[in-house]
Design a protein around this ligand. Structure first.
Ligand SMILES: [Zn+2]
Length: 321
């Protein structure tokens, strides 16, 4: 018997993941991934998605894909289903919906990656049965997806909650990838935290094993923190305050009953997450929500994109008409 399936795609700044989900059980049957910015690769991101998807579909037997869901880095033009001037990938502007629909001949739904992840939590994760949830990713970048009163927030172009660009330090001279100063993502995302390291290292005269180049990775920093490196501790304390202020601002703006944290920095450093969550009440006015780590873990966007295709949110359908 032919099984109905969903093609799900997560276009991230670092990796692009593809998953084939069973339509009825929403179970992940097969996956593939590739480096989004591969210098050896001359084909575009969407051409590579098509090629890899065909490969994994060939391996699966008796499968009939009936819809495609895509969660992608932004910014988006939701109506056209395309990424426009993305600061984090080599191919900055590219169409997604058009070429995928043309090739596979099935309906394709495109949303911001964190919005997809929030929808996944709402439909199949910790947000089931809830009406007010926020999904925040702490990763290469920082972003969120928001559900208020049961409605997924989208905005005019699908970029309603670029919370990574909340200004958390208006006097800061640290510049974000988008060009703005003192942005949450500019201060503490995986891609940018070396800037804070540089700044704090300049004022520090003690011993440290932390290098001061752009090569400071989150893994390196967290490992030294756990070993008791004093400068790493100062930096982690500062990052904790920044993240607490960011999370608190999100709670103050959206009043969620559940706040889900995803992204590699949160998922791999739960001790750090506990530290900054303790500081959140310092900055909140609204009653605190429950906090959870993402139900689908590293697959949050992939699972969310599959849910988008399985049961498209009403608001997205309205935008597409
Ligand atoms: Zn920014």
């Amino acid at each position: 018997m032919v099984r109905k399936a969903i093609i799900s795609v997560d276009i991230g700044a670092t990796r692009t993941r593809i998953g084939i989900y069973d339509y009825n059980r929403m179970e992940l049957l097969k996956r593939a991934e590739f480096a989004t910015n591969d210098p050896e690769e001359s084909r575009g991101i969407v051409e590579r998605i098509i090629a890899r998807t065909r490969e994994i579909l060939e391996v699966l037997e008796e499968i009939k894909p009936i819809a495609i869901g895509v969660g992608t880095i932004g910014p988006l033009d939701l109506e056209k289903g395309m990424v426009v001037s993305s600061p984090n990938v080599t191919e900055k502007t590219f169409e997604i919906k058009g070429p995928l629909e043309l090739f596979f001949g099935i309906p394709t739904f495109v949303l911001n990656d964190c919005v997809a992840a929030a929808y996944g939590e709402l439909m199949g994760g910790y947000g089931k049965g809830k009406k007010n949830i926020v999904y925040v990713t702490l990763s290469t970048g920082i972003g969120a997806g928001v559900v208020v009163d049961g409605e997924l927030l989208l905005g005019k172009d699908g970029n309603a909650h670029e919370i990574g660009h909340l200004v958390l330090s208006y006097g800061s001279d640290i510049q974000c990838g988008c060009g703005g100063f003192g942005h949450w993502e500019g201060l503490s995302s995986g891609k940018n935290l070396w800037k804070l390291v540089e700044k704090l290292k300049r004022d520090y005269s003690g011993k440290t094993q932390l290098s001061s180049s752009e090569s400071v990775s989150p893994e390196n920093l967290f490992a030294l923190w756990r070993k008791g490196d004093q400068l790493a501790s100062i930096i982690i304390d500062e990052l904790s305050m920044i993240n607490a202020a960011g999370i608190a601002s999100v709670i103050n703006a959206y009043d969620p009953e559940l706040l889900v944290l995803g992204g590699s920095i949160a998922l791999k450093n739960q001790d750090f997450v506990r530290q900054f969550l303790e500081m959140v009440p310092r900055y909140t006015i609204n009653r605190l929500p429950d906090f959870k780590l993402a139900y689908y873990g590293e697959d949050s966007v992939l699972a969310g994109a599959a849910w988008i295709a399985r049961k498209p949110p009403k608001k997205l359908l309205e935008t597409m008409i």
